[in-house]
Design a protein around this ligand. Structure first.
Ligand SMILES: *Cc1c(COP(=O)(O)O)cnc(C)c1O
Length: 454
């Protein structure tokens, strides 16, 4: 038996040995780290016994809460059978069952599932698949991509090559794929100076220009449908997604819809593409796929793309991609239980009153002078803080305004993480109205304290 680990040990091991993602370690090691020991529902508890609302769904992935009995049991049941076997040249029950379920619940026409183990890999698979598809179709020059400004698709090099969050990715530029960037439909800072009343989706014009001039060299457009997450919870105007889909079709370009964040109910529908009746050529899912339990991702595609890869052995037409843990049975079992809960508890229908409450609570934030914009899609919201409401001048990054508000919120029992000057609201879908109100109370108070009242 080994002895109980003490808080002091964890803290010192963390500081001595751990390199945290997206973290300036010089600052991190100076602070007392937040160490989570357990959780239940939307609540997390730290090593000192403090409780917090998990306001960012443990980095945007938790759906039905922590320690959901049905998901816990599904994993335990599978664990009693076998933890992992490969999908290379053989199969297993949970991954086949889940493939069928995913085809049933995603937009019509996506009939084939390719598994991987995180969102970046799902994108990696998607961009390789799109490229290779055109190679087989004899469009050999289609070797680049179109992406949205402020788009985010993960941190592996392929994914970074189709992303556009400057601060994260600038340093890697020399290593990246060639891509064209089209303006984001970021209405608060509309690049065409339009507002809701005067907008006629001018931003699609720029995309059309890029596509008509370069379609011979473009394999696919990669985008986050409806909400650009890491880029600042940018909510797209209605019609943008279907407009993109039409342009892609017109110019013979594949559409890769990255639903790693927006998939599994966050937008108020099971998948964001359903809001505009769009079936992309390739769709990626990961974060909510198994309720935020373990690493799992899927890249889904059409029969047309799948069939293009079929051929005789001598043609060597194989999709050369795969990971050790592709289709891991434990992770797939958790995903099946996750989808069961959606169906058994009518989770999507149950979101309607929560979305309305969130909308009402967000209205109140508009009164604060530090709030420039409030945007919402389903149970996702972004609150953009500005120094000056008239000019929309942002707080400089040195001021760390978002982080200050979030640290204040932590003192009051809410865990959330900003995207620079944008406060993020992304609770697990199972949050109840009481907890949602509590969360918004804490965020409001924290914002008032940090920026001064009024
Ligand atoms: C988080 C995210 C990814 C990357 O997923 P990881 O599992 O972190 O690699 C890709 N696309 C979108 C839209 C995301 O939000």
């Amino acid at each position: 038996m080994h002895e109980e680990t003490t808080k002091e040990q964890v803290e010192s091991w963390d500081k001595q040995y751990l390199w945290h993602p997206f973290t300036q370690m010089k600052d991190f090691v100076k602070e007392e780290p937040l160490i989570i020991v357990d959780g239940s529902g939307v609540m997390l508890r730290d090593i000192n016994g403090n409780e917090y609302i998990d306001g960012v769904s443990s980095m945007w992935c938790n759906i039905h809460g922590h320690r959901r009995k049905e998901i816990d049991d599904a994993i335990k049941d599978q664990l009693d059978k076998v933890a992992h076997t490969t999908l290379l040249g053989m199969s297993n029950i949970p991954s086949a069952k889940l493939a069928k379920r995913l085809v049933e619940i995603t937009p019509e026409g996506l009939n084939k599932i390719f598994y991987s183990d995180n969102g970046s890999n799902a994108i990696e698979v998607a961009i390789k698949m799109a490229f290779q598809y055109w190679q087989y179709k004899d469009y050999k020059k289609k070797t680049s991509y179109v992406t949205l400004q402020y788009g985010y698709h993960g941190d592996s090099l392929g994914a970074v090559g189709v992303s556009g969050v400057e601060v994260f990715h600038a340093v890697f530029k020399p290593l990246l794929l060639k891509s064209f960037t089209t303006p984001s439909p970021y209405c608060y800072r509309c690049p065409y100076g339009k507002d809701k009343t005067s907008c006629s989706l001018e931003c699609l014009g720029k995309l059309e220009e890029i596509l008509s001039e370069n379609s011979a060299s473009i394999a696919a457009m990669v985008m986050e449908p409806l909400v650009q997450g890491a880029g600042g919870m940018i909510v797209h105007p209605e019609g943008y997604l279907s407009g993109v889909k039409d342009l892609c079709e017109e110019h013979n370009i594949l559409l890769i819809a990255d639903e790693v964040l927006v998939g599994f109910g966050r937008t108020g529908k099971m998948f964001a593409c359903a809001h505009e009746n769009v079936t992309p050529d390739i769709l990626t899912v990961s974060k909510g796929l198994n309720g935020g339990y373990m690493p799992l991702a899927a890249t889904m595609t059409t029969d047309e793309i799948y069939n293009t890869f079929l051929g005789k052995h001598s043609e060597q037409k194989t999709f050369f991609h795969g990971h050790t843990y592709t289709g891991n049975p434990l992770a797939c079992s958790a995903a099946l239980a996750n989808i069961d809960i959606f169906e058994n508890e009518k989770v999507i229908e149950g979101l309607v009153p929560k979305i309305t409450v969130l909308q009402k609570r967000l209205e109140q934030f508009k009164e604060l002078k530090a709030v420039g914009d409030v945007r919402q899609c389903g149970l996702i919201a972004g609150i953009e803080l500005v120094k000056d409401r008239e000019t929309k001048e942002p707080y400089s990054w040195e001021e760390k305004i978002g982080m200050k508000v979030c640290l204040e919120a932590r003192q009051r029992g809410l865990i959330t993480r900003p995207l620079d000057n944008v406060l993020v609201v992304m609770p697990p879908l199972c949050i109840n109205i009481l907890q949602l109100n509590k969360m918004m109370d804490i965020l409001y108070e924290s914002l008032e304290v940090v920026t001064g009242t009024g």
